[in-house]
Design a protein around this ligand. Structure first.
Ligand SMILES: [Zn+2]
Length: 49
C-alpha cells in the first residue's frame, strides 16, 4: 500500500497502485504524488560558515 497525496485538493488516500484520478476532486493522475513515510525531516546544516 502506498499513500498518495493530491496536490490539487490535498486529499490523502491509500492505494495499492497509482489511481487514474483523485477520488475526491477527480484531478488527473499528474496531480497525485506518492507520500513518503519518513518520520521527521530535519534540516541539515552541513554547510556552516
Ligand atoms: Zn484531489
Amino acid at each position: 500500500m502506498t499513500t498518495f497525496v493530491c496536490t490539487k485538493c490535498g486529499y490523502e488516500f491509500k492505494a495499492e497502485k497509482k489511481p487514474d484520478l483523485c477520488p475526491f476532486c477527480y484531478a488527473p493522475i499528474h496531480h497525485l504524488i506518492p507520500k513518503k513515510d519518513e518520520p521527521d525531516e530535519q534540516p541539515q546544516d552541513s554547510d556552516k560558515d
